[in-house]
Design a protein around this ligand. Structure first.
Ligand SMILES: Cc1cc2nc3c(=O)[nH]c(=O)nc-3n(C[C@H](O)[C@H](O)[C@H](O)COP(=O)(O)OP(=O)(O)OC[C@H]3O[C@@H](n4cnc5c(N)ncnc54)[C@H](O)[C@@H]3O)c2cc1C
Length: 482
């Protein structure tokens, strides 16, 4: 008997309930991955995600080969490919991780029905989240829309068991089905723009485990104070690893709790609590996506459907390419382009700039992030953008408009991020680094900055843009949710 072990956004062997599920019966196991971007509806993986996926699949295949197995790659409609794989292997069982994106759940439900008719068992296990989005409910039985009560309810019921060890061996199926070559999936970019990604990241389980170890041994203690500073390496940078399932949220959670216990404190430190709270935002994002499946395309607050967004291809392009004339915004956008990642504080600031200073629809921002982030994640990205636009669950109030100058001064006080990512401003003194237009001519000349030539003038005046945004946002009243 053969079991098909279908890998998706769960590219690991450690703490993997589906891997253990597949191995729980004495059968051969055929691990497969199906590349099927056309079935992701409006959200096929973007260019940065594809780069990551290529390397992550390579790493998973190597891990399987060390255990006497291998990863079978296919491309096409998942239902067609799985039907072929079942026929080729004679398998009567399919085991996979549950996906929580609405389009993927629909495919899975359809698949489960058609497989049942053919006598094939389809087992779906939650390997991605700490909670089951159906199991956590408000007192009135509905889904949560506010983070703090969600987290309280989740914490009260949370039982994170001992993570499952990676198996030592996987028994091979009687016959191996044919596999596409990884390069034939065409995931790597045609031009070589991925140098910054290669420098910054190590996709795969090993890279994920190293990030977790760095968090445990060093960053956790300082996490509470450093997590909000884009100019410091204060956060874990686990996001792409969590998105691709190269590490489980359970493994991360347990490691933090156990490392706190080993420290001997009476209660978890502020750093640990602050970190677990961030991890819980990921749970909340998936909870929301599960219960409000239309939110990647439509605002959760209905009144925002009438919002008077501006259309300006020129301003959108300036934002995308880090040419807005606001150094802290431009530094973030250029870092995103070069490395596929941006700090959470910077994400909030650049998103606020797009939706409030430029009044451009949050969906245009979400699409750009989708293409350029290595951690692009439908649940987290949707929550982040709707939060910043003020149209989502537990969202920022409409009158909260980030000032890119004070944000820069507070969270990047010496302009380290600006100097790194906007090198044409690198020689400016700290005082002017976040507002070069206010610098005296002599300071600009000494730093080699010619505004309008070496670096753009601001594309909007923040004070005026703020008034314009307040007027537009006042049209849609807060509080009218779903
Ligand atoms: C506009 C916008 C878009 C975003 N898009 C994404 C996205 O596509 N993918 C993504 O993973 N995160 C997204 N985030 C959330 C957050 O910015 C990143 O998860 C975080 O910056 C990743 O860095 P880290 O791993 O060092 O985080 P850490 O601070 O170390 O946090 C640990 C983990 O918790 C989770 N997490 C942290 N903050 C959040 C949050 N606010 N919402 C949901 N989960 C969170 C992530 O999985 C993260 O890896 C977005 C935020 C905003 C404001």
């Amino acid at each position: 008997m053969t079991t098909i072990l279908w890998f998706r956004n769960d590219l690991r062997l450690d703490d993997h309930a589906a891997v253990h599920g597949a191995l729980s019966r004495p059968s051969g196991v055929a691990p497969v991955f199906i590349w099927s971007p056309q079935e992701e509806r409006s959200w096929p993986p973007g260019a940065a995600s594809r780069w990551w996926l290529h390397h992550s699949l390579e790493s998973l295949d190597a891990a399987l080969r060390r255990r006497g197995s291998r990863l079978v790659l296919r491309q096409g409609r998942v239902e067609d490919e799985l039907a072929r794989l079942l026929a080729e292997t004679g398998a009567t069982r399919l085991v996979a991780s549950r996906r929580f994106e609405p389009h993927a759940s629909e495919i899975d439900d359809r698949l489960a029905r058609s497989l049942m008719k053919r006598g094939v068992a389809f087992e779906r296990l939650n390997t991605a989240l700490l909670h089951d989005p159906e199991a956590v409910r408000t007192k009135s039985g509905g889904p949560f829309q506010v983070f703090t009560p969600f987290w309280r309810a989740l914490e009260a019921s949370l039982e994170v068991g001992e993570p499952l060890a990676a198996p030592r061996r996987l028994s091979a199926p009687k016959t191996w089905p044919a596999s596409a070559a990884l390069r034939d999936l065409g995931l790597l970019p045609a031009g070589d723009w991925a140098g910054g990604l290669r420098e910054q990241w190590r996709p795969g389980e090993r890279g994920a485990a190293d990030r977790l170890e760095a968090l445990r041994s060093a960053a956790l203690a300082e996490y509470d104070s450093a997590r909000d500073r884009p100019d410091e390496e204060g956060s874990s940078r686990l996001s792409p690893h969590l998105h691709f399932g190269e590490i489980s949220a359970r493994r991360v959670y347990r490691t933090v709790i156990e490392s706190e216990a080993a420290r001997g404190g009476e209660a978890p430190s502020r750093g640990a609590l602050a970190f677990l709270r961030q991890l819980a935002w990921r749970e909340f994002a998936h909870h929301l996506l599960h219960h409000f499946p239309r939110t990647p395309e439509a605002p959760l607050r209905r009144n925002f459907r009438r919002f008077p967004w501006r259309r300006s291809a020129r301003d959108l392009r300036a934002w995308q390419h880090g040419r807005t004339g606001y150094p802290s915004v431009d530094a973030g956008m250029r870092q995103l382009w070069a490395t596929g990642w941006m700090h959470n504080r910077t994400r909030m600031m650049v998103a606020s700039f797009l939706v409030k200073d430029l009044l451009i629809d949050w969906r245009r921002g979400a699409e750009w992030f989708w293409d350029t982030l290595v951690d692009a994640d439908l649940a987290n990205n949707t929550l982040g953008w709707q939060w910043c636009a003020g149209c989502g669950a537990d969202a920022a109030p409409y009158f909260r408009i980030f000032n890119p100058i004070t944000q820069g001064r507070t969270f990047d006080p010496h302009g380290a991020c600006v100097r790194r990512w906007v090198p044409e401003l690198a020689a400016l003194p700290d005082r002017w680094i976040h507002e070069p237009w206010a610098a005296p001519a002599a300071a600009l000349a000494e730093a080699g900055v010619a505004l309008g030539r070496t670096y753009p003038h601001p594309i909007v005046d923040h004070a005026e843009a703020r008034h314009r945004a307040l007027a537009a946002f006042a049209q849609v009243r807060q509080g009218d949710s779903s």
